[in-house]
Design a protein around this ligand. Structure first.
Ligand SMILES: Cc1cc2nc3c(=O)[nH]c(=O)nc-3n(C[C@H](O)[C@H](O)[C@H](O)COP(=O)(O)O)c2cc1C
Length: 188
């Protein structure tokens, strides 16, 4: 079993990376393979709406997405992790998701089915404030992303009230909840 963690924060020693690592430790504890990509270190252009993907399911832009498409398609478990930026995913995560219009086109225009239909996905998010609707828009985006790449949204961990770099280490439950989420994902 292969898992892919998508780390969406530009802050490498920040809260998102710390909590994602715990989730991936949980996945690994069940014997699954783990890979993490740090989007901020990659070159991923935003979607330009050239729509070459409608012809053959491939994006016409050449950058680090070339390596990410097969990783996304081959992972049995996909975890998207992002801090909240203005009630949304970071632009790093959003760029990666938008470029998956190519995979959306494969599924909905070219009617190709993804290789493995039992793929599972989870969303991990952290934000500084405590608003009830803090994660609502991002959950919709991640659900539609997963649907488009043939992954079932099965779990989420949404952590409020965490702001400073590394502050999540002091959170009473976030890291153990993340480990459990990872363990569950690799078991289900
Ligand atoms: C540009 C920007 C926008 C932000 N917008 C929000 C927001 O809308 N709601 C919120 O609760 N926190 C917001 N935050 C705070 C971050 O979500 C918070 O600091 C988080 O813990 C950062 O996680 P990281 O350490 O993984 O980057 C924002 C931070 C930045 C830099």
């Amino acid at each position: 079993m292969k898992s892919l963690g998508i780390m969406g924060s530009p802050r490498i020693k920040g809260n998102t990376n710390l909590i994602l690592d715990e989730a991936l430790n949980g996945v690994q504890s069940q014997g699954a393979e783990v890979e993490k990509i740090i989007i901020d270190k990659l070159k991923i252009a935003p979607c330009r709406e050239f729509y070459g993907c409608l012809r053959d399911g491939n994006c016409v832009i050449r950058d680090d997405m070339d390596d990410i498409y097969p990783k996304l398609l081959n992972a049995d478990i996909v975890i998207v992790a992002s801090p909240m930026f203005f009630y949304g995913l970071t632009s790093q995560v959003k760029a990666l998701i938008d470029r998956c219009q190519a995979l959306w086109a494969r599924k909905y225009i070219l009617k190709q089915t993804p290789p493995n239909s039992a793929r599972k996905g989870a969303f991990i998010a952290v934000g500084a404030t405590r608003g009830k609707k803090l994660f609502d828009g991002s959950i919709l985006t991640v659900k539609y992303f997963f649907q488009s790449i043939g992954v079932k949204y099965v779990d989420e961990l949404l952590v409020r009230g965490v702001d400073k770099k590394g502050e999540i280490m002091e959170h009473p439950t976030a890291l153990s909840d993340a480990f459990e989420l990872g363990r569950r994902l690799a078991q289900k």
